[in-house]
Design a protein. Structure first.
Length: 239
């Protein structure tokens, strides 16, 4: 019996896309293949997919451009396929919202493991209540300017946010008044497998509180939920 999960493989190398399609089909996934970004866009418009495996280097529109388009218009999980020399592209891809990446050459078995992991994380996250595609989002006394990646206070002074801080704050405004665990926040902000003991989120929360809280030592905006994680306590309103 086939899985309900439908995977789109986008790669200009015929042997890669066809062999991956065959391998995933053998492991109970539905698969579709696209030779380039243009064909991928048509397939995505016509069918429902659960995940996209996307090569970065393709003729015409490259994978990064398509990744950016997908993240702006869909919630589809994305796994990038990259060459060893494309480290900068991998970083850019993750910053654009890709969920994971694999460096060529790789084994189909490893890709299968990554697909299962990304799908598991995607299904464990609560649905977004506020899309960060909105240009500006009001939360409490702050205004998040998505395009500029900065928080604007009541005094109209803009505070720049690092990439990590922006992704973390975006996660909170997308899920206001919801408790998000460290593992969920790591999944949302980094897109890679998180270790339970990883305290990176705690450090990022601390830096974000210093920028947004009246008293970072007694936070009221981003509260710690003991045994659970963190929660944005205020209402959120797209502007």
């Amino acid at each position: 019996m086939q899985s309900a999960h439908h995977i789109l493989i986008v790669d200009d190398h015929r042997d890669i896309r066809e062999s991956l399609g065959k391998y995933l089909t053998q492991h109970d996934y539905r698969t579709s293949i696209a030779v380039d970004a243009a064909e991928a866009r048509k397939l995505i418009a016509a069918s429902a997919f659960d995940l996209v495996v996307l090569d970065i280097m393709m003729p015409g529109e490259d994978g990064l451009s398509l990744c950016q388009h997908l993240r702006q218009t869909t919630d589809l999980p994305i796994i990038l396929l990259t060459a060893v020399a494309e480290e900068t592209d991998r970083i850019v891809g993750l910053e654009m919202g890709a969920d994971d990446y694999l460096t060529k050459p790789f084994s189909p078995r490893e890709l299968l493991a990554r697909i299962k992991s990304v799908l598991r994380r995607a299904h464990s996250l609560p649905p977004r209540s506020t899309p960060t595609e909105t240009a500006k989002i009001r939360f409490g006394k702050w205004l998040l300017d998505v395009g500029q990646r900065e928080a604007i206070g009541e005094d109209q002074i803009a505070i720049p946010l690092s990439t990590a801080e922006f992704h973390l704050l975006s996660a909170f405004v997308e899920h206001p008044k919801m408790v998000l665990s460290r593992e969920q926040l790591l999944d949302i902000t980094s897109g890679r497998s998180a270790k339970v003991f990883d305290r990176a989120i705690d450090n990022q929360i601390s830096r974000l509180r210093k920028k947004l809280e009246d008293d970072p030592k007694k936070p009221t905006l981003i509260k710690t939920v003991w045994g659970g994680g963190y929660m944005l306590t205020c209402d959120v309103e797209p502007q």
